[in-house]
Design a protein around this ligand. Structure first.
Ligand code: DCT
Ligand code: MG
Length: 399
């Protein structure tokens, strides 16, 4: 989402709070059902969202609508549905009547209509229509391949391609290395990764990193740090206690994984980090730290309780997607916060910083525009303190 479109969207008169106050008051007087929760913030970083989602029926539907908007390049709509879903995920109980949503932020008329329909019929017809749509189905299928984004998927769809078989049999299509790996290991990496599998990978990465540098710092990030049971990949942050000693470490780790014969795919990106640059306003842009996107072989006997298997699969291993990111140690806290996610939580941290505090925040730094200076951030807690926010534990960041 570009800074421009986000600002445009947020440019509407900011009487939101007063409107919500009126809506809440109305809800209390008009409806017999009390408002679900008082004072829910419009910012995910001011809400606590565990993995327990009491409103999955609604959020799943909104997720389909968000995804479909994304495929149609309607970023505003996509974000609006994602924000609404995120608010519902934070609620301590299931929404049982439309009255219970009164006063909640970020629920637009489309979302209200979806909730109403699901409450009444147990399903949303618009969502079902999208799920039956040929283009949606094709784009969803194509973007499920590692290395295939919405642009490539759209290009293939426009060529009239509808299945993997058609793509792989089309001589004019040149897959890049990442996409070739994506197809090659599709059955494994399109399957979720369990907590036990993530833990096993942590042991492998830890052993490898510490074999090279015994005092290196390693953290499991992403969804698993937030306490999720399943994920689509396993994300790690690696750094060294002394600034500068991280240089060359990642290439060494990659070599070592290669020597162990467990590296199935590797794309390494060198650092483009520039300490003088202000934090970026573009949330979608990838950060500048050195990193690698891997596909790693994980064996049955390395996982407590064994691997998750596809039916009829007799192999003793499966392939898993792993990301390793190497920030310099003085950027460790901002990188950790960014890579722990969730995307919606971090997106709102950045929006909150900009709009409420005149600060810029991204995976590299926190900058105060009023004081015209970078703020020192050694721990995640420091960042919350600078932003004047209550600390939110990783397991409460599942926005
Ligand atoms: N992230 C980031 N910059 C990117 C991509 C991701 O800062 N270019 C952050 C946002 C969330 C976190 O890193 C991990 O990303 P994912 O693995 O995509 O998300 P996840 O929450 O771990 O979800 P999943 O459980 O599906 O892996
Ligand atoms: Mg992840």
């Amino acid at each position: 989402i570009s800074w421009f479109t986000e600002s445009m969207r947020e440019g509407r008169p900011v009487t939101v709070e007063s409107r919500h106050h009126i809506q809440e008051t109305l809800a209390e007087t008009v409806c017999s059902t009390p408002a679900a929760v008082d004072n829910v913030s419009q910012y995910a970083c001011q809400r606590r969202t565990t993995t327990e989602n009491h409103n999955k029926m609604f959020t799943d539907a909104l997720e389909v609508l968000a995804e479909s908007s994304e495929f149609n390049e309607n970023e505003g709509r996509c974000l609006a549905f994602r924000r609404a879903a995120s608010v519902l995920k934070s609620l301590p109980s299931a929404v049982r009547s439309l009255g219970a949503t009164q006063g909640l932020p970020c629920l637009g008329e489309h979302t209200e209509a979806v909730i109403e329909e699901i409450l009444q019929f147990g399903r949303c017809f618009k969502v079902e229509e999208i799920q039956c749509d040929e283009r949606y189905q094709a784009l969803k299928l194509f973007t499920s391949v590692f290395g295939v984004g919405p642009k490539t998927a759209e290009k293939w769809y426009r060529r009239g391609l509808r299945s993997f078989k058609e793509i792989l049999n089309e001589p004019a299509i040149q897959l890049n290395k990442m996409q070739r790996a994506g197809f090659l290991y599709y059955r494994d990496i399109s399957k979720t990764v369990s907590k036990a599998e993530a833990q096993a990978l942590r042991c492998i990465i830890e052993e490898t990193v510490h074999w090279i540098m015994p005092d290196a710092i390693l953290a499991l990030t992403g969804g698993f740090r937030r306490g999720k049971e399943y994920g689509h990949d396993v994300d790690f942050l690696v750094t060294t206690p002394e600034l500068g000693r991280e240089e060359g470490l990642l290439l060494h780790v990659i070599d070592r994984l290669q020597d162990q014969g467990i590296l199935l795919y590797c794309e390494h990106q060198g650092t483009t980090f520039d300490a003088t640059k202000l934090p970026s306003c573009n949330f979608e842009a990838m950060d500048h730290f050195e990193k690698c996107f891997l596909i790693v072989r994980l064996y049955e006997d390395q996982v407590e309780g064994g691997l998750q298997r596809n039916p009829g699969d007799s192999r003793a291993w499966r392939a898993i997607r792993v990301d390793l990111v190497v920030p310099p140690v003085d950027r460790y806290a901002t990188a950790l916060l960014g890579w722990t996610g969730s995307r919606q939580f971090v997106r709102d941290l950045r929006r909150f910083a900009r709009k409420e505090r005149r600060m810029l925040f991204d995976n590299h730094a926190l900058y105060d525009k009023t004081k015209k200076m970078f703020l020192s951030t050694t721990t995640e807690e420091d960042i919350f303190v600078h932003l004047g926010l209550e600390y939110v534990e990783p397991w409460q960041r599942n926005a």
